[in-house]
Design a protein around this ligand. Structure first.
Ligand SMILES: Cc1cc2nc3c(=O)[nH]c(=O)nc-3n(C[C@H](O)[C@H](O)[C@H](O)COP(=O)(O)O)c2cc1C
Length: 336
């Protein structure tokens, strides 16, 4: 069943600090994913369905990014964001272009916000910082970012190396930080969204769930491998470098062998960097590429259009919140 934008919005909407800050109907953020959301279709579909669509700028050349940004702006009249991993070569050029194009919402990861925040503030952009530890959450909040995205160890991409789960990391950050928090890592349905909202988050970010959509721009073999994966089929690879959560494949095994053999750091880095996400995402090399995915891959059974995923997430979120409310009402009746 295909839902129109208005059908989804009329069914259910929630007000949180994040929906109000960003002007979105639902507290649902499609995570920025290099290659998978480095084109227009996925973020446009999510934004049009009332969530926050996120264009992943990381792997794009600056002219391609500028073109896609204008195509995205033409494809939706709703809020959207641009994700930029700050450590990547080329990040400075992309940031300059984002500034020039007055990107409304910046989602920055893998690097501190201090050096960039003021000039984006000056043009009225909202800056959201992705963090995976309490220490980085506090630093980003002190630097003055508008909101945080907090991810725990279940997440695809770069989860915390300390292995602390989403449930615990998010709750710990909420104890210390008062700015709005978008939580993520391990969520693939409305039940998970409700759980993190109940924990105190203001919205929830989903990556792997949106990887398994028709619009995500990764190779069919990549999607098939993610669809096949169960909750226990991912591993954290590259603990001596910049670890990623990925599929347990030949590349992951080679890295574990190198760790067991205590190979020299240079050789380890060379082996780790030889394999790329691009190799898996564009060429479909799911044995030797970095197949990034979260544990929640095991919760997803179908590849669907992103608008249908959004409609389903909203329906499940409504069911989950109604279930909790009904439990409270039953309790009140039994106490009278
Ligand atoms: C294929 C893939 C690519 C990713 N690329 C990026 C990226 O470019 N920038 C970023 O900040 N996070 C990236 N991430 C992490 C996601 O933004 C998000 O934090 C993560 O997917 C959430 O966990 P989940 O997959 O369990 O929902 C990526 C994740 C995946 C699965």
């Amino acid at each position: 069943m295909v839902y129109s934008r208005n059908q989804i919005d009329r069914k259910f909407s929630m007000k949180t600090r994040i929906t109000q800050l960003l002007g979105i109907a639902h507290p649902i953020v499609q995570a920025g994913m290099s290659w998978a959301s480095s084109s227009v279709a996925l973020p446009a579909a999510v934004s049009n369905a009332g969530g926050l669509g996120v264009l992943a700028a990381g792997p794009l050349r600056t002219p391609d990014f500028v073109r896609m940004l204008s195509e995205l702006a033409a494809a939706t009249n709703r809020p959207f964001a641009v994700n930029i991993p700050l450590y990547r070569p080329g990040a400075q050029d992309l940031l300059d272009a984002m500034h020039l194009q007055r990107v409304p919402v910046v989602i920055a990861s893998q690097g501190g916000p201090r050096a960039h925040l003021q000039r984006f503030r000056d043009i009225g952009s909202t800056w959201i910082q992705v963090v995976s530890t309490l220490e980085h959450a506090k630093k980003a909040a002190d630097a003055g970012v508008d909101a945080l995205i907090v991810v725990g160890s279940e997440a695809g991409g770069h989860p915390p190396v300390n292995d602390v789960s989403t449930l615990v990391t998010v709750r710990r950050v909420l104890q210390e930080v008062s700015i709005p928090v978008i939580a993520g890592g391990g969520v693939a349905d409305g039940w998970g969204i409700a759980a993190l909202l109940a924990l105190g988050a203001d919205a929830v970010q989903l990556g792997t769930r949106f990887l398994l959509t028709e619009e995500a721009t990764v190779h069919d073999k990549y999607k098939a491998a993610v669809l096949d994966a169960d909750v226990h089929d991912t591993v954290l690879v590259g603990r001596r470098s910049l670890p990623v959560r990925g599929l347990r494949n030949a590349f992951a095994q080679a890295i574990f062998d190198a760790e067991r053999d205590q190979v020299a750091q240079d050789d380890y880095e060379a082996l780790f960097k030889k394999s790329t996400l691009k190799q898996a995402a564009l060429d479909g090399d799911i044995e030797w590429g970095k197949v990034e995915l979260g544990q929640s891959a095991g919760l997803v059974q179908r590849i669907e259009p992103a608008a249908e995923v959004m409609a389903q997430l909203v329906r499940e979120l409504r069911e989950a919140t109604e279930r909790l409310r009904a439990m409270g009402e039953q309790d009140a009746r039994s106490n009278t």
